[in-house]
Design a protein around this ligand. Structure first.
Ligand SMILES: Nc1[nH]c(=O)nc2c1ncn2[C@H]1C[C@H](O)[C@@H](COP(=O)(O)OP(=O)(O)OP(=O)(O)O)O1
Length: 155
């Protein structure tokens, strides 16, 4: 497929003991799905700075120890935009998760993750993150609820 532009996005998964923090996306892209926190990297900020900013804006947590563990590329059939998504994680953070206009945060046990209400790709790569692996992947979607093909490797 011919990609004509790339959007650089971040996605942050915060862990605490055997729980992970997800947010119910209330509006915009992926509304109605549980997901990590993140969004577009803005001009003039690094990808890490973008990840920290979105975590703060979307659920009021601060983390100075985000670690990049994954790189995921998402394409949608008949859409020339490729979403280059940088996945970060940490188990160190300050603050209490707080609902914002964008996200409603909730802790989930790592053995009870709501994959049925998440992006379809998450069930492939999130277990790798939980196991402490680093990974790289590509997913081609048709609409938002069907994966036509994918490729995922641990690094
Ligand atoms: N297939 C996918 N699986 C996944 O787990 N996360 C995805 C995904 N495709 C996109 N994301 C994430 C990346 C990023 O954190 C978020 C989308 O970014 P944004 O929140 O910036 O989108 P919005 O359209 O809400 O942005 P604004 O228009 O700036 O409000 O969704």
């Amino acid at each position: 497929m011919s990609t004509t532009s790339r959007k650089v996005l971040t996605l942050v998964i915060i862990r605490k003991g055997s729980d992970i923090l997800l947010g119910m996306k209330k509006r915009g892209f992926g509304a109605g799905k549980w997901n990590g926190f993140g969004g577009k990297v803005e001009p003039g900020e690094t990808i890490l700075e973008g990840a920290k900013r979105e975590l703060q804006e979307e659920c009021h947590l601060t983390s100075d120890s985000l670690k990049e563990v994954g790189l995921l590329e998402f394409e949608f059939k008949n859409d020339p935009v490729l979403l280059e998504t940088h996945v970060f994680t940490s188990n160190q953070f300050q603050g209490e998760p707080k609902e914002t206009e964008e996200m409603n945060p909730q802790w989930f046990s790592m053995d009870n993750i709501p994959y049925q209400q998440m992006w379809l790709d998450d069930k492939y790569w999130l277990p790798l993150l939980i196991q402490g692996e680093q990974f790289k992947g590509y997913f081609l979607f048709e609409g938002h609820e069907r994966i036509l093909n994918y490729d995922l490797t641990t690094l």
